[in-house]
Design a protein around this ligand. Structure first.
Ligand code: PGA
Length: 251
């Protein structure tokens, strides 16, 4: 059965005390949510332990924003998947466009990271999305199809039960420019058909596909009303518990 998820990607924002406050506010507000909507927060690495403590006893899940492409060892500055599970992470985001753009995250690396994460028992929120040039050149379907296949076609239908896809058009991230519900829906439907092609209709139907890119309480309802949009990956609006929960209540 398809799950509805609203995940907050805090990116490189908040200090530890601010993050703990935010997590507590999310927990308090989450009590009013319908049971079929899962809330996830993805704070910076430094915040994971105290935020995990703040989430204890609630249904809000903890996610990392990235993980290392090695299991352990001499990789200064990296954080391994078993460190994430040991602190209570249930998810990790992988392949966010900011990581692809600024930190050389390639599809090949994402295959390795996805494999490590799944083996460690983490669920993966895999981000895909075209940039403005690609959209203007009419290549958005091709780009998103290629990104999806390049990573997920290396896995099995069983593995895919632990994967969530986030479609985030790069031109809509942090820009205030949201994709229209129709623009988002046609890409989500395309992603679902790419999954169906290799893994079958059931796997495609069960796949949670989130929209990300300037999603806020005022536009979430229209986006989430589309049949292939199963929630959101939220950046800016996740930094205010009220907005984050406002989005989650838009189903
Ligand atoms: P935004 O970011 O909501 O601030 O546009 C979304 C994301 O990058 O995940």
């Amino acid at each position: 059965m398809r799950k509805y998820i609203v995940a907050g990607n805090w990116k490189m924002n908040t200090t530890v005390p601010e993050g703990v406050e935010l997590a507590k506010a999310v927990v308090a507000a989450a009590k009013e949510l319908p049971a079929n909507v899962e809330l996830v927060v993805a704070p910076p690495f430094t915040h994971l332990y105290p935020v995990a403590e703040a989430l204890k006893g609630s249904k809000v899940k903890l996610s990392a924003q990235n993980c290392a492409d090695h299991e352990k060892g001499a990789y200064t500055g990296e954080v391994a998947v078993n460190m994430l599970t040991s602190v209570g992470c249930e998810y990790t985001i992988l392949g966010h466009s900011e990581r692809r753009q600024y930190y050389g995250e390639t599809d090949e690396k994402l295959v390795v990271k996805t494999k490590l994460a799944l083996e460690a028992g983490l669920k993966v929120i895999l981000c895909v999305g075209e940039n403005l040039d690609e959209r203007e050149a009419g290549k958005h379907f091709d780009v998103v199809t290629a990104q999806t296949k390049a990573v997920l076609y290396n896995f099995t239908a069983e593995d895919l039960k632990k994967v969530v896809i986030a479609y985030e058009p790069v031109w809509a991230i942090g820009t205030g420019k949201t994709a229209t519900a129709a623009q988002a829906e046609e890409i989500h439907a395309c992603i679902r058909s790419v999954i169906a092609e290799k893994f079958g209709l059931e796997a495609a139907d069960d796949m949670t596909i989130l929209y990300g890119g300037s999603c806020k309480p005022s536009n979430a309802k229209e986006l989430f009303a589309e049949k292939d949009i199963d929630g959101g990956l939220i950046g800016g609006a996740a930094l205010k518990a009220e907005d984050f929960l406002g989005i989650a209540k838009s189903f």
